[in-house]
Design a protein around this ligand. Sequence first.
Ligand code: ARG
Length: 589
Amino acid sequence: MTISLLNQLSELVGQVFVKCDLDSKHGKVVLSQRRELGQFQCNGALAAAKIAKKNPREIAETIRAELEATSLFSELSIAGPGFINLTLTDDFLTGHINDLSADPSFGAQHGRKSETVILDFGGPNVAKAMHVGHLRATIIGESLRRLRVFLGDTVVSDVHFGDWGLPMGLLIKEIEREQPDLPYFNEEMKDGFPERSPVTVAQLQVLYPAASARMKEDPEFLEEARKATFELQSGRPGYRALWQHMLDISITETKIDFDLLGAHFSEWKGEADTNEHIPSMLQRLNASGFSEKSEGAVVVHIAEESDNKTMPPLILQKSDGAVMYGTTDLATIEIRQETHKPDSILYVVDARQSLHFEQVFRAARKCESIGKNVHLEHVGFGTVNGKDGKPLKTRDGGVVRLRSLIDDAVREARKVVIEAGLEERFDAAELDDIATKVGIAAIKFADLSNQRMSNYVFDLERFTKFEGRTGPYQMYAAVRIKSMLRKAKDQNLTEGALIASKDAERNLMLALAMLPEAALGAAAKNTPNILCDHVYTLTQEFNAFYHDCHVLGEEDEAIRASRLKLCAITLRQIETVLELLGIDVPERM
Ligand code: ARG
C-alpha cells in the first residue's frame, strides 16, 4: 500500500526537525498555494523557533541544508521569516505516481484503522412517496457508504423505514372506512388473510393525506386511529396482516427510486423491527431507574446542568401505551449494538430533526444502550429550495416527489444532449442511457458539492450545464479521456514509464497525489463536497495538461507513452471519485 505523498513528506521533514532537536510535528508539509515558489510548503520553522527561542530563519536554513542532502528535492528555498518551499525531483514525483497507480485506493487506505460503521439513510415512510428531503438523505448517505467501503471499512447500510407510528393507525382506519367488509377488521379472525394487498401504493398515497386531514377535524377518528396503532403494536392479527401489505408494496415502490439513484442497503429494516425488543427495554430502563413516569407517560430525563437551551425529556411511551419515534430509535440503537458492535452509527437525516437525535443520543448514553466509545452522529443537511429561496414546493404548494425531480432532471438533460448534437450520433436506447446518466449526475453533483448544512436552490438549467462545477461536465471530461484512449488503442499506441517534461504534467501528478487527503477529509467530517472539489481540481488540471501537451500527436515516443499512462491514471481516478459520488460515466457521449 502506498503512503500519501503529503504524509511521506511530512514524515521526512519531521525527522529532520527531530534531528535538530525539534518536535517532528513542525515538519508538516502542505501543497503550496503559490506554485511559482515551490510545489510544497513547510511553515513549521516559525512555531519551532518560538518554542526553542531561536531565530526562525536560522532553523529554516538548517532544515533546508539537511533536506538538500537527501537529493529528493530539485529546489529548496526559504521565503519571508522562515517558510520553506520544496519542489520534488521529477524522479521522486513520477515514482510516487507510479506507486499510486498500482494501489486501488490511491494511497488512501494506508495506515488507516478500519472500523464498523452503520449508515442510517434513505428513511422513506410507508404510504408516503419519497420527497425532496429523502433525495438528499439518499444521495449523501449513499456517497458516504461508498466512501467508507473504499476506505476499507465494514459498512452496514439500513434504510430504516418509517412504518410504526400513528400514520399506520390512521391508514388502517381510513381503509376500514372505505372497505369495512375486509377480513382484516374482523377481530375474531386470526389467520388466513388474503395474499394480495387490498390497496395499491397509488391508493395509499391518496388515503394517507385524507386520513391526516380527517384526524384534524374529527377527534373521534383520531382516537380510533390511536387505538388501532396501539393494537397493531400489540399484535392484532388482522391489523398486522394489513400493515404487512402496506409495508411490502411501499418497499417495492421505493426500490424503484433507490435503483434509479444507485443506492444500496444491506438491511431493509424499519421502526417496526424494534417491536419485540421494546418491552424488555422498557423493563430494564424502569428497573435501573433510567426512565420514570411523568403525567401517565414514560420518559427519560436528559437535560444537563450545562444546557443553555431547554431539553425536553425523551418520551418512550404515551399514556395510551403507544410507543414513539424516539422509542423505536433508542431500541434500534440497542439492537444495532447487539448485532453489529459498531464503532460508529451515522444518521443522514434532515437537519430539522437535530433535537430528536440529540434527545435519542443522550438517552442512549444515559441508559447505557450503546458502548461507551461508539460514535453517534446526526449527519444533518439543509433544505432544497425553489428559485424564490423557500423550500421547494409544487405549483399548488404540495410536497415535491423525488421521482418527479429525477424525471425533470432527465428531461432537461435530454434537451441539453440533443442540443449538443448527440441525437445524430446515437440510437434511441443509448441516447436514453446517456440522458439518464447526465440527469442523475447533474442532481447528485449539485447536491453533494454544496456544504452539507447549507440550503441550495434547485436549478436544473444550471445543474445540467456542460461546463464548470457541474456533474455533467466532470462526466464529460472522463468520457473524453476514454475516447482518446480508445483511439490510442486503435493506433496500437502503448503506455510507458512516466516522465515529467512540462509543468502541466507535474501539476496534474500533484493533483492526483492529493486523493488520500480528499477521501480521508471527506470521511472525517462526512462532507462529500471535498470529493467534488477534488474531482473538479483533477478535471481542471487535466484540461490545462491537455491544452499544453500533445498526447496522440506527440512525436517523442517515450513522452507519448508516458502521457498515455498519465491519461489512463487520471481517468481511473476521476472515475473512482465520481463513483464515490454515485455518478456513472457512460462509455461514449
Ligand atoms: N422516516 C424518517 C423521515 O422521513 C427518517 C428516518 C431517519 N432514521 C432514523 N433512524 N430516525 O423523516
